[in-house]
Design a protein around this ligand. Structure first.
Ligand SMILES: Nc1ncnc2c1ncn2[C@@H]1O[C@H](COP(=O)(O)OP(=O)(O)OP(=O)(O)O)[C@@H](O)[C@H]1O
Length: 308
């Protein structure tokens, strides 16, 4: 059994009348990369700020490495590193001096830590550059470097790829994967870029208006993300009738552009196009697809909205 790194139980946070988190139960185990997903205002930053101790819950409990009493929590927060909002740098100081400043400020012994971190985040060559002149991607890597100074076991990252260009996103992705694989660092990361989260997360939590709608592992998501077939034909009604006649259990939906989406295709795509052409129906488009994270999220939100 892997150790629980983060556990929240009935975690609630209110800002006056605004309920930012409501009875949130989240479990994150050692080695996980936990993707925290939700629209603006869903409560992601609030959750992360409670983890870092920047704000306190109104109710419920949070555990970090099995500690929940505030004094113990504070001690265990030293085992974490975080990027919440844009990290503050001294723009006129070099990259290296910024790291050195934060090392001393955080009371982390060992000057050699700065060199190690610069190499880990790929800023060794840029160590003499003034922080203010770095690209956004490099600034984010410097922020990550600061978070890594204390050799954390857990990284808490709020939108670390926001605003990055494609190469910045790829660099950050590879860096996080490396930290996770090589140093077994557990990561909780919030992002709006679901296609990106999908490439690194091992488990997802979906927040909506302060509620945790669902927690699902990447493996479960993959199993649940059913394959479907989209087929656009010249006579959709006629083709739908043929489908029903040939396959009694067929589940399909006619999309607004008249494409027929077969939700449980049991045959290879060719079988459906052959059926159409044998009956004088033209096939305009045929595509087999798998529902991915984005679609799963949209479906979940729709269900959540309906059950509210
Ligand atoms: N300090 C605060 N005072 C009052 N309300 C707040 C405060 N911080 C957050 N909120 C409110 O709590 C709710 C959750 O905010 P939070 O920032 O956690 O959402 P989020 O999921 O991180 O959104 P985003 O993706 O926009 O960053 C929002 O309605 C927000 O307006």
């Amino acid at each position: 059994m892997r150790e629980c790194v983060i556990e929240s139980r009935s975690l609630t946070k209110k800002f006056g009348d605004v309920v930012a988190l409501k009875d949130v139960d989240i479990t994150i185990k050692r080695g996980d990369i936990y993707g925290l997903i939700g629209d603006n205002g869903a409560g992601k930053t609030t959750f992360l700020k409670i983890l870092t101790g920047q704000i306190y819950p109104s109710g419920g409990e949070i555990r970090l490495f099995d500690a929940y009493a505030e004094r113990e929590l504070e001690k265990n927060r030293k085992r974490t590193g975080a990027i919440i909002e844009t990290p503050g740098f001294y723009p006129k100081l070099s990259v290296e001096k910024n790291l050195e400043y934060y090392r001393i400020q955080k009371g982390i012994p060992g000057k050699e830590k700065v060199e190690a971190v610069l190499k880990t985040v790929g800023l060794w060559e840029k160590r003499k550059r003034k922080a203010g002149t770095l690209s956004l991607g490099m600034k984010q890597r410097l922020g990550l470097g600061i978070a890594l100074l204390g050799e954390p076991e857990l990284l808490i990252l709020d939108e670390p790829i926001n605003g990055l260009d494609p190469s910045g996103i790829i660099e950050m992705r590879n860096l996080l994967l490396r930290l996770n694989h090589e140093k077994n660092i557990t990561i909780i990361i919030s992002s709006h870029i679901l296609s990106e989260l999908e490439q690194i997360a091992t488990i997802y939590g979906f927040l909506s208006q302060g509620w945790l709608l669902k927690e699902i592992t990447a493996e479960e998501l993959h199993e649940q993300c059913a394959v479907y077939l989209d087929i656009a034909v010249t006579q959709p009604e006629h083709f739908a009738a043929l489908l029903e006649k040939r396959w009694k259990d067929i589940q399909y939906q006619v999309l607004p552009d008249s494409t027929i989406r077969i939700k449980n295709p049991e045959m290879a795509p060719d079988a459906y196009s052959t059926l159409a052409s044998e009956n004088g129906i033209g096939v305009l488009k045929l595509a087999q697809k798998q529902m991915m994270l984005e679609e799963y999220y949209m479906n979940l939100k729709e269900k959540g909205r309906l059950s509210c």
